[in-house]
Each structure stands twice: as C-alpha cells, then as structure tokens.
Ligand binder design. Sequence first.
Ligand code: ADP
Length: 167
Amino acid sequence: MGHINIIQGDITKIKADAIVNAANTTLMGGGGVDGAIHRAAGPALYSACEKFHGCPTGEARITGGFNLPARFIIHTPGLVWHGGNNDEDQLLANSYRNSLQLADQHLCKTVAFPSISTGVYAFPLERAAKIAITTIKDFLLTANYVDVVMMVCFDSQTFKAYQAQIY
Ligand code: ADP
C-alpha cells in the first residue's frame, strides 16, 4: 500500500534510500535544489552525471548518493512551464512515475521528492501538487518495494499546497 509524508525541510539532509533531484536536461547541475544537491553530494556526483550525456524531460537517471545521507540520487529534468497546452501535465507526471520506477527497480523503500518544476521552471504550484500526489498514489498501488514517499517542501507555501492535496 505505502503512504505519503509531506514535510518541510532541506532534501539534502534526508536519509531516504533515494532522493530525487529536480535537474535540467544537461544533468550537469544548476541552481535551486539541483545546486544544493550537487554541493552537498560533492564533486564525484558531477563526474557520475557526465556519463549520461544528458536526459530528456520527464525521464530519470540514477547515481549513488556520494556525501549525502541518501543511498541513491535519482535525477529527473522537470518540465519548463509554457502555458499549460504543451503536454505539461503528462511530462511532469512522467518525472514522478519514472523516478519512482527507478527507485523500485533499485529496491528502495523510502523515496524523497522536492517540488519538481515549481521553482525556476514556473509550473503553477497547486496544479503541480495535484499531479505529484495523484501520480505517487497511483504508483504506490503497484509498487514492489517503495513504501514511503516523502514530499520535502522547502518553504511553507509549498508545504501547504502539497498538504492540501492529501486531506
Ligand atoms: P525547478 O527548476 O524544477 O523549478 P527549483 O530548484 O528551481 O527546480 O525549485 C524546485 C523546488 O525545490 C522549489 O520549491 C524550491 O524552493 C525547492 N528547493 C530548493 N532548494 C531545496 C532543498 N535544498 N530541498 C528541498 N527543496 C528545495
């Protein structure tokens, strides 16, 4: 069955089996949560990511956690918001689904997500929260290993938006 926990905090500090990085298609680091994860994991993460030669939006790639408390980091380029009529909802859902699938394949029980695409990528927060929670709930119905999914919200506005979706 599994369940979803909404928490407020810094995802780089979370001791989950896997944390998810809201990356960009280069997978070579950037600002926001991506920058924070690369800084905390250390330079070996950059070398590990180089080998992928990028990643399309909505797909996911996995590396070790290096200096993070998490065992794995799953990198998924979120969707850049372009008004809502360009498959945005599906592509954002793909990021969550593909990340969870990779975690499950790597026998992860606990997975932590940031709020993908709602920072610099400007996806409307409520709409993103609804897609995230629906996609995670659907996945938990058929997961083999993933049991606890944490949504790690950096600020209180994001925390409230995700919490509103589960009650
Ligand atoms: P995107 O480019 O996918 O929009 P951002 O990193 O700009 O990604 O923002 C995504 C979300 O991650 C935002 O809600 C931002 O506040 C949040 N965020 C930034 N740093 C961290 C962190 N260390 N832990 C968790 N969430 C974070």
